[in-house]
Write a protein that binds this ligand. Structure first.
Ligand code: SAM
Ligand code: SF4
Length: 463
């Protein structure tokens, strides 16, 4: 793809320079403007990003930034937090990414690719933890991981059942590919197709990658080919630590705005992975991102792209995740393992080390204690609320009128099927409070009716 002017490395670097040293009054006005939840212009994002570089990091402005991000998150998505687990299917990979343990030169890694019966067993394990949504992870390898294998894996996951449920949404993270391959993923019924640009800074990108993934244009054009292949929900991301985080955030916003302008659909989600230690990897973050800056970048993304789902993973420590949930994150992985086929067995050779090792139930307990509603909702794509239709609901904040009842219904299922007395009681109290937050009388009473059905044994009810 030819790179549009606003995504070119020189343009973005120039914009960051032009917006340096923002006057506090201007920054305050931008934060104020963001309360309208209409997003921000690139120029404005540049100024907010430069606030952190400004001497003294004005603490009042920082406070305003976080408070406004929390407000925008609540007004668009409500208090729900969607939970999912990654599932590593194959670590065969022909690429040599400097940061990843699955890099092709790694001879210490005993490569694994799950058979379909192993896929089913891993899926059953995750179902029995309470999960309803998975994110599949594959290395890039046309011989070991061809698209037909990937499609069979997806179908196997959807077919797996245990007495405690099934997986209702499969999102996929595979290397950039062709529109024809994306069409096959779509036909297999995937939810979101996620692909991270890793770094938008082209010289750094080219330096850190070897193999087919080293093609910067192939990577950045993947979202467009996915749309061409009929996929409507696409997820973006950058691996923070490879290059200046301000540049990456500006580029993520520019990329999102470009997709919206060109395809009428912005990204469904943005992920914010931060570089983690990994076995056999000697690369060290050239631009480490501090915890403060990490939270700041989440808040700025939330203001710039209010409608976008934002995902945090178990790369982050529990206390950072907790703060991030308040200021912009709307989805989180939980109870994760980053080893191929690693659930329920002895684990060796992860892709990278995680920093939140709590099981799903512990995460749920902590989330509930913070008055957020853990959600396993999968309603939107099953109701056809994808792509542009989703955006039309998310942009004005109407989506929360669906998110809230669906979060309550899926939490009620989880409480009934996976918890015992103490936690269950707490959960029911949270559900009662969540019901009171539903302002539309008809929706509230319908939700109440369905909650009673769930308590009586009905499953998979959604709006
Ligand atoms: N192989 C595909 C790809 O590279 O796009 C699929 C996903 S890969 C399993 C998932 C993501 O993990 C990568 O896009 C990268 O951002 C991230 N990752 C790799 N090594 C990492 C590390 N050491 N720390 C944190 N994230 C890492
Ligand atoms: Fe392969 Fe993806 Fe790891 Fe790169 S990040 S080595 S493409 S698995």
């Amino acid at each position: 793809m030819t790179i549009p002017p606003e995504l070119q490395t020189d343009f973005l670097a120039g914009l960051l320079r032009r917006t340096s040293r923002p006057a506090p009054a201007i920054a305050a006005a931008i934060i104020q403007k963001a309360r309208a939840k209409k997003g921000l212009a690139l120029e404005e994002v540049g100024r907010l990003l430069n606030l952190s570089a400004a001497a003294g990091k004005d603490s009042q402005l920082t406070e305003q930034l976080f408070q406004t991000a929390a407000l925008v998150k609540r007004e668009i998505y409500g208090p729900r937090l969607v939970l999912f687990a990654p599932l590593y299917i194959s670590d065969y990979c022909v690429n040599d990414c400097a940061y990843c343990n699955f890099h092709t030169r790694n001879r210490e890694l005993v490569r694994r690719k799950l058979t379909l019966s192993e896929v089913a067993a891993q899926t059953r394990f995750l179902i029995n933890q309470g999960h309803k949504r998975l994110l599949l992870e594959f290395g890039e390898d046309p011989v070991h991981n061809p698209i037909d294998y990937i499609v069979k894996v997806i179908r196997q996951i959807y077919a797996a059942r245990t007495p405690r449920g099934n997986i209702r949404r499969v999102n996929v993270n595979i290397a950039a590919t062709t529109a024809a391959d994306y069409r096959k993923l779509k036909a297999a019924g995937i939810g979101t197709y996620q692909l991270f640009q890793e770094t938008y800074h082209r010289p750094t990108y080219e330096q850190l990658h070897r193999g087919p993934k080293a093609d910067y244009e192939r990577q950045i054009g993947a979202a467009g080919r996915a749309f061409a292949g009929g996929i409507e929900d696409v997820g973006l991301g950058a691996l923070f630590g490879l290059y200046d985080w301000r540049f990456e955030v500006l580029a993520l916003v520019a990329h999102s705005q470009y997709l919206e302008r060109t395809y009428k659909v912005g990204p469904h989600t943005i992920s914010v992975p931060r570089l983690r230690p990994a076995p056999t990897v000697t690369y060290r973050a050239a631009y480490p991102v501090s915890d403060d800056d990490f939270l700041r970048l989440i808040a700025i993304l939330r203001l710039a792209l209010p409608y976008v789902g934002m995902i945090i993973s178990t790369r982050e420590r529990p206390e950072i995740r907790r703060q991030a949930f308040q200021i912009g994150i709307s989805q989180a992985s939980a109870g994760s393992v980053t080893v191929t086929g690693g659930y329920g067995r002895q684990r060796r050779q992860p892709q990278f080390a995680i920093a939140d090792e709590r099981p799903l139930q512990e995460v749920i307990r902590a989330v509930m204690a913070d008055k957020l509603i853990p959600s396993f909702c999968t309603a939107c794509y099953r109701r056809g609320r994808t792509g542009e239709r989703f955006m039309q609901l998310a942009k004005p904040g109407s989506i929360q009128h669906l998110c809230q009842p669906n979060a309550l219904l899926t939490l009620a299922e989880y409480l009934a099927d996976f918890t015992t007395d103490g936690l269950r009681e707490k959960g029911y109290r949270l559900i009662a409070a969540g019901l009171r937050q539903i302002t539309d009388d008809a929706v509230r009473s319908e939700t109440e009716r369905r909650l009673a059905q769930v308590r009586a044994g009905a499953r998979d009810l959604y709006f």
